[in-house]
Design a protein around this ligand. Structure first.
Ligand code: BES
Ligand code: ZN
Ligand code: ZN
Length: 467
């Protein structure tokens, strides 16, 4: 499918966004009403004879337009039309690009006969191409990086395991002129990453730590990104129930998100230096599996009592965060992880949970989220929850002693591995709910959503322009 920004063109269908108000003044108002179209958000009405696809929106705002454009593209793809056009202006451009690319996304790798579509060309029509051309290209880069992340997350654990993730990272490095360093288990032992190594011990796939770097000439800031890359999470010996295990290929979504972020940043050519660190591990069972009751020695030398092998993400992240802080002196450190089911209980499945000590930084992300169309919500740390990680036999336990506040106690576990000088620079993003969906919402279709990529791109675009 081609997507182009043009001045004017004739296409099979022209897509129109209508509110209840603008419907009243529409020249085909009678016909639309007869078809039962009331301009409700996400409702559609095809007027085949005149080649109009009417899309209802609650208001002419980005969130409404993005969602309606997603509905439109799905309907267009299952029609017999070959081309369609949308009128765009500076305000609606990004939302329409995202709706078209993200809403029209399909993952067909495992389909022997993918559905074919007649739709070939999508035109975005605007008066002043010159003025909008840069925004158009940027929106396409970010949406395509989001699809890149989705493709990776949707790949099965048989096809995407720790070493294949390293290969993908190396390939991305080659294409986008990044540098890439991979540590295998021998090097991880040398680094004394006892927590991360324990999680991957029962897997037939060797654990990997991947470090990608994007280094522009005049970087305004240095950013460290850390991603949880559990290519499969069976729960380990604290085995997940059968129904919860389905979808656990998505436990690598944090890692895949930061790959999408560094791809976007390098293609946008932003003036920020970005380091992406990934802990790629598979959490399995077997004679060599780590156990509840084990005490692990993390890279930081802290000892960790394992009380639940399903709380494995924090064990991987604590060592990768520690390594990343030693390797790079960054202005900001952000980790992305499908860390807890509790985050979904707290915020619902659509919202990413944000935790950290800096109110200013969280605030900057709220504005970035609003611009990007992603949803985030703050989960506050407190000293009472912190105490629940106390262990009787080691420095810290890998799970809380109480059942409530699980997303926050997971964040607080990570906080134990953030060095004092970095406390204000760090945020933790729990994408357990937002990274994957089994029913479509907004511009998301079944499967991975690519959560984090639009959010971080939007944040970093602002960072590079700040004084
Ligand atoms: N990967 C899961 C979290 C998760 C659950 C992500 C559902 C997406 C959907 C994580 O490793 C995990 O199992 N966490 C446990 C922690 C508990 C043992 C303290 C959880 O959330 O139940
Ligand atoms: Zn787990
Ligand atoms: Zn997990």
């Amino acid at each position: 499918m081609n997507l182009d920004l043009v001045n004017d063109i004739k296409s099979d269908v022209s897509v129109e966004f209508l509110t209840k108000e603008t419907l009243k003044k529409h020249k085909q108002k009678k016909l639309l009403e007869k078809a039962g179209f009331e301009a409700a958000q996400d409702s559609l009405c095809f007027l085949h004879e005149s080649g109009v696809l009417a899309c209802g929106v609650e208001a002419l705002e980005s969130d409404c337009i993005r969602s309606a454009a997603s509905q439109a593209i799905k309907a267009l793809k299952s029609s017999k039309n070959e081309s369609a056009s949308f009128s765009v202006d500076a305000k609606s451009l990004e939302a329409i690009v995202e709706g078209v690319i993200l809403g029209g996304y399909e993952y067909n790798r495992y389909k022997s006969e993918p559905k074919e579509t007649a739709l070939q060309d999508i035109y975005l029509i605007c008066k002043d191409i010159k003025k909008l051309s840069q925004s158009f290209q940027e929106a396409v880069i970010i949406a395509e990086a989001t699809c890149f992340t989705r493709d990776l997350v949707n790949t099965t654990p048989e096809d995407l395991h720790p070493s294949s993730l390293s290969e993908i990272a190396k390939e991305l490095a080659k294409e986008n002129k990044l540098s890439c360093k991979v540590l295998g288990e021998k090097e991880l032992h040398k680094e004394k990453m006892g927590a991360m190594l324990a999680v991957g011990r029962a897997s037939r796939h060797e654990s990997q730590l991947i470090h990608l770097t994007y280094k522009p000439k005049k970087a305004k800031k240095v950013i460290t990104l850390v991603g949880k890359g559990l290519t499969y999470d069976s729960g380990g010996l604290s085995l997940k129930p059968a129904t919860s295990m389905v979808t656990m290929k998505m436990d690598k979504a944090g890692a895949c998100a930061i790959l999408g972020m560094i791809k976007a940043v390098s293609e946008l050519g932003l003036d920020v230096e970005v380091h992406a660190f990934i802990g790629a591990v598979e959490n399995m069972i077997g004679g060599d599996a780590y156990k509840p009751d084990d005490v692990l020695v993390a890279r930081s030398k802290k000892t960790v009592e394992v009380r639940n092998t399903d709380a494995e993400g924090r064990l991987v992240l604590c060592d990768v965060l520690d390594y990343a802080q030693d390797k790079v002196k960054a202005d900001y450190i952000f980790d992305f992880a499908t860390l807890t089911g509790a985050c979904m209980v707290a915020l619902g499945q659509y919202t990413t949970g944000v935790m950290g000590h800096s109110s200013k930084l969280k605030h900057d992300f709220f504005t970035a989220a609003e611009r990007s169309g992603e949803l985030i919500g703050s989960l506050p740390f407190n000293r009472h929850l912190k105490k629940l990680l106390k262990s009787e036999i080691a420095d810290i336990s890998n799970v809380s002693s109480k059942p409530y506040g699980g997303a926050i106690t997971a964040g607080l576990f990570l906080d134990n591995f953030i060095k004092d000088e970095n406390k204000e620079k760090w945020l933790h993003f729990d994408i357990a709910g937002s990274a994957y969906t089994e029913s479509p919402w907004d511009c998301n279709v079944y499967g991975a959503t690519g959560a984090g990529v639009r959010l971080m791109s939007s944040f970093l675009k602002k960072v590079q322009t700040a004084k």
